[in-house]
Ligand binder design. Structure first.
Ligand code: BEZ
Length: 208
């Protein structure tokens, strides 16, 4: 099965460091940042797990629940979390999926044999409260993810949903946004009473 944007995220039941979960039930009315790691006790992963723990308030402020995954057991994860907390000066509280038999990594296409037959690559799935996959990113083993970009992408998706806009290159919260071409000027005047700049008929900026 190939996963695409807009698909319902496949549901699963699995053991995690916070006990057994049903993925969809666990997401509930939140968003989810579901991200995979090659293995416990590896250096890049340790920094990524630590960064996610340090950003707990940033995720909570956006109503996003982080869920990690690596292809090891709960016991190994729990030992690794002690190291993450110790080396990254944090307290990791989000659950990590124990995917020792790789069922979930295969379901979510996190195993890329060109990188490794046995370990998951660095996949990111941003899933919305309707359980739709809204964003996917795939990083190789050697490259740690950019968490500013992950938070920026979540902000962009949530701002787009709230205001019916799109966001330009390198947008960050507070910057101008784009009125989609499907919205006529007449509709735009009603929808954005604050006004808009028409650079071209297809390129209109406003503030939200
Ligand atoms: C790491 O997470 O540090 C890592 C994992 C596999 C290969 C290289 C680095």
């Amino acid at each position: 099965m190939t996963l695409r944007l807009g698909d319902t995220a496949p549901n699963f039941q699995i053991d995690t460091t916070a006990g057994k979960i049903d993925f969809h039930e666990w997401i509930g009315d939140s968003w989810c940042f579901f991200f995979s790691h090659p293995a416990d006790f590896t250096p890049v992963c340790t920094t990524e797990m630590g960064r996610t723990a340090q950003l707990a308030k940033e995720f909570a402020d956006r109503n996003v629940k982080p869920l990690g995954l690596s292809t090891d057991t709960v016991e190994e994860h729990n030992k690794w979390i002690e190291d993450v907390n110790d080396t990254q000066n944090t307290t990791l509280e989000f659950p990590i999926v124990a995917d020792a038999d790789k069922k979930i990594s295969e379901l979510y296409e996190m195993i890329h044999p060109g990188e490794s037959d046995t370990a998951a690559v660095r996949s990111v799935y941003i899933i919305d409260p309707n359980k739709k996959i809204r964003l996917m990113m795939t990083y190789p083993m050697s490259l740690g993810r950019n968490f500013d970009e992950i938070l920026r992408a979540i902000d962009g998706l949530q701002t787009a949903d709230k205001h019916g806009i799109a966001t330009p290159a390198d947008w960050t919260p507070g910057d101008q946004v784009i009125i989609p071409p499907t919205v006529s000027n007449e509709e735009a005047q009603k929808k954005f009473p604050q006004g808009f700049d028409e650079i071209r008929s297809y390129l209109r900026y406003t503030k939200v």
